[in-house]
Design a protein. Structure first.
Length: 330
């Protein structure tokens, strides 16, 4: 009796964000406004990218409609405050998961949806091939990011000197670098590839192959809202599990009727998995139909179907030499 009462009380305490989103009828999703391949508005104002697709996947899983998203553009400085204050329901903004962010700002780091590393972009005609050759160089870097502190850590550890040129806004940093104000620019290697792909003269720039850090990117939610954090996490695991099981945007309905028990649980044919977290049992079927599986999201936005042409690398499935691994649906 007591244990059941405690469980009911806990469930009520942790349902705040889910209830708010359902009552509001839209998901407020914190994103960037200028990271090609991750989150940036197109010429019609529609957000495109991996992070934008994750917002849509969460929206359709919860509300049954992938269009029920209000994209909230955030800077590196105000992104965590916006989540803490309730301005957004989930943060999907190229945000690196670190110990301090997980343990000291009242936020919960979800699963990694993109494994990245801090890299450098330089002008091609500078002839630079590795980071050590940037000793003494001016480096454009965004304020309030892990890149700013990692740049200093790398310099001290490797006895080199950088001249940081710090910018509050990423778009301003891009403009300054492409205008020749800095010798190099540092950021997540994937974001640099995206920035170079839309530069005035993309062929004039190169992203160095070397990275100087681990940058595991993923969603953040608020602490103390376990049900909502679980939903956000399992949308990601569901997209990865779909790739592992061969479930795609095009065949999801057919797979739901097939005989694969993994696909049946994932797509709501058996197991009542949705009701366990307060959702319709078709929650992952709807998400996959809206954005595809993880591979489809990756390839469309940053892979072979995009201007970035990034290789899967560490973001390949664990069974294909990568690090992407879904917790089983069982």
């Amino acid at each position: 009796m007591l244990a059941g009462g405690l469980l009911l009380a806990a469930a009520g305490a942790h349902a705040a964000t889910l209830d708010t989103v359902k009552q509001r009828g839209t998901l407020a999703c914190g994103v960037s406004t200028g990271f090609a391949g991750f989150s940036t508005p197109d010429s019609q104002g529609n957000y495109r990218g991996i992070d934008a697709d994750y917002c849509r996947a969460i929206a359709v899983a919860v509300l049954g409609d992938a269009t029920k998203v209000r994209f909230v553009g955030l800077t590196a400085q105000n992104r965590f405050t916006a989540l803490q204050s309730g301005e957004v329901d989930v943060l999907l903004r190229n945000s690196t998961q670190t110990f301090l962010r997980d343990a000291s700002i009242g936020l919960h780091a979800g699963p990694v949806n993109f494994y990245d590393g801090q890299g450098f972009a330089v002008k091609r005609d500078a002839g630079v091939t590795k980071v050590a050759e940037l000793n003494g160089a001016s480096v454009c870097v965004a304020q309030g990011t892990t890149h700013e502190s990692t740049l200093g850590d790398y310099a001290r550890a490797n006895k080199v000197t950088f001249q940081p040129v710090v910018f509050e806004r990423v778009d301003t940093m891009y403009q300054a670098f492409f205008a020749g104000r800095c010798d190099a620019m540092t950021q997540d290697a994937s974001a640099l590839a995206g920035a170079v792909s839309v530069a005035p003269n993309p062929a004039d720039y190169v992203v160095l192959p070397e990275t100087i850090s681990k940058e595991p990117l993923g969603p953040f939610t608020r602490n103390g809202d376990d049900q909502w954090s679980t939903i956000v996490a399992w949308v990601h695991y569901g997209l990865v599990e779909a790739e592992e099981a061969g479930v795609t945007q095009a065949n999801a309905e057919e797979q739901a009727k097939g005989g694969n028990p993994v696909a049946q649980r994932l797509l709501g044919t058996s197991g009542e998995f949705g009701s366990r977290i307060g959702l319709d049992n078709r929650w992952m079927l709807n998400a996959i139909k809206a954005v595809g599986n993880y591979s489809e999201v990756f390839e469309r936005n940053v892979g072979s179907g995009s201007a970035l042409k990034l290789q899967r690398g560490r973001n390949a499935l664990w069974s294909q030499g990568g690090m992407m691994y879904a917790i089983p649906f069982r």
